[in-house]
Design a protein around this ligand. Sequence first.
Ligand code: ADP
Ligand code: MG
Length: 287
Amino acid sequence: SVPLSFFGGIGAASKQGILVKGSNYLEALNNVDTVAFDKTGTLTKGQFSVIKVTPVSGITQDELLQMAASVEKNSTHPIAASILDTYTGKILPVENATEQAGHGLQAEINGQTVVVGNAKSMTSAGVEFIEADAIGTIVYIAVNGKFWGDLVIADEPKKDASEAIRLLNNRGIQKTVMLTGDNKKVGSAIADKLKMSAVYTNLLPENKVEIVDNLLQDSHALNKKVAFVGDGINDTPVLTTADIGFAMGGLGSDAAVEAADIVIMGDEPSKVARAMKIAKRTRQIVI
Ligand code: ADP
Ligand code: MG
């Protein structure tokens, strides 16, 4: 049998690859004034490639990559995939690998403690390191507390990302915010390119929740709502905090799809504005 909703907005949305978990979310979409986006995998392709390998003196590029790749073998983050694509040599046996969201990983290799991650991960491990200066995501590597060098990794905006922001602006939504765990240089470069209204960088998952909480207060004071769009890796808490959580189902994790109110099949962030268009049309039909 055909569900009743097939004839309404939910059915229209699902035909466009937008799965709405309840008609209340469509209704809420009509009142959104702020849309916050995760960066990696949501606005960018999430397909990183290693563009630079810089070991400290005494370490070869191959040794640095081998150490990083062996540790990243234990991660499903897009950064890990890029390092494993670049390094095709022997992977070393790793013990006790742990991943810390928004930081990176730590593991033991041949009895040595290896830390692979961003500047924050080096600082928390008490490693003295040389901060790299590049428009890219920088992955630092330390072995037994000693800095070994860094890798620069680049990730490009999706083709559809600027369209996503443009369509929201056209609908009168001017507050388009990027939330990212990545560094300021990368976050600002991409947010400027996409013409977003604000960007917050160097965030841990809990910081993303705090910022969305602040955005909620501002919007609710005006009787408006906040949507968040994420690809899933570490985004579950913020998906549930926002009034309307969108998960990108293409690359997204199962946990994100579960936590979301609306699931976008495929990887186009412009479907957020398309969902709003359907929501508006649906209301016009109902009234
Ligand atoms: P975003 O908020 O852009 O989606 P994440 O929250 O997934 O990014 O990650 C934030 C930052 O944490 C990354 O830019 C990177 O610096 C660091 N990081 C996270 N996971 C890893 C990993 N597996 N290896 C190295 N660095 C990582
Ligand atoms: Mg992400």
